[in-house]
Design a protein around this ligand. Structure first.
Ligand SMILES: C[S@@+](CC[C@H](N)C(=O)[O-])C[C@H]1O[C@@H](n2cnc3c(N)ncnc32)[C@H](O)[C@@H]1O
Length: 220
């Protein structure tokens, strides 16, 4: 296999983050600062700005009316998704943390997207099991408990329309994949799901190296 990739360093990463639409968005920048104040261990859960821009672009390009997010935290990715929606479009957010999603609610209001978003608080799996048979999504973003990703996938996929897209975050798992067996259950779950998605006849998938890796899957 021909190896063609570009290793990033901080200089190049800063450059690429600056060269995108909305790079200096004041609401998202304020949300980054407020989330950073929660401490490194917590704030590292937030998606990266370039991932956020990619989510907005995908949602807009797919002309999404109905989107789902599993794992909302303080709201960065949900704002990015909500901003890409068609007029009248809706985003359903699932998260079990009242504390972190309270921050998200404040920033939805500041970003002017609160009226497009419904938050359901609680564990994601029962919430997904309760989705009505008729629930249909054009787009889904998965970013909650890593060991549960495959269950989210199986519960969400039947609700995704044909040619709809599911995106999974952290699918490069900090670069620890591809070296042999992993010890941690979350890494093993991510590795298993990457392998499953690449062979799953129900979807077309590609693992994109942006931040900690996004799996982008189109439902056939
Ligand atoms: C990585 S963070 C999401 C980051 C977010 N997408 C962003 O851009 O800021 C993961 C979130 O998933 C939530 N979460 C973790 N396990 C969950 C579960 N089993 N059910 C529902 N939410 C869960 C956590 O409360 C946390 O807010």
């Amino acid at each position: 296999m021909r190896l063609k990739y570009l290793p990033l360093d901080s200089r190049l990463y800063r450059y690429l983050c600056q060269q995108r639409t909305g790079a200096r968005d004041p609401v998202l920048q304020a949300l980054q600062r407020e989330t950073a104040a929660l401490g490194r261990q917590v704030s590292k859960m937030q998606i990266s700005p370039d991932q956020g821009s990619l989510l907005t672009l995908l949602v807009a390009a797919l002309e999404v009316r109905a989107a789902l997010e599993v794992g909302t935290f303080t709201g960065y990715s949900s704002i990015c998704i909500a901003r890409g929606l068609r007029p009248g479009g809706r985003l359903l957010c699932l998260d079990q943390s009242p504390e972190w999603t309270q921050v998200a609610r404040q920033y939805w209001a500041r970003a002017g997207v609160a009226n497009r978003i419904e938050l359901r608080l609680g564990p994601a799996i029962p919430a997904l099991q309760k989705l009505g048979r008729g629930a249909r999504f054009d787009f889904a973003f998965i970013d909650a408990q890593k060991t549960e990703y495959d269950t989210y996938y199986e519960l969400v996929l039947p609700h995704v329309r044909r040619n709809g897209v599911m995106v999974f975050d952290n699918m490069l798992w900090g670069g620890r994949l591809g070296r042999g067996p992993l010890r941690d259950p979350a890494g093993r779950a991510i590795d298993r799901l990457n392998r499953k998605l690449s062979r799953d006849p129900r979807v077309q998938s590609v693992l994109v190296s942006v931040a900690d890796g996004l799996q982008v899957c189109r439902k056939k």
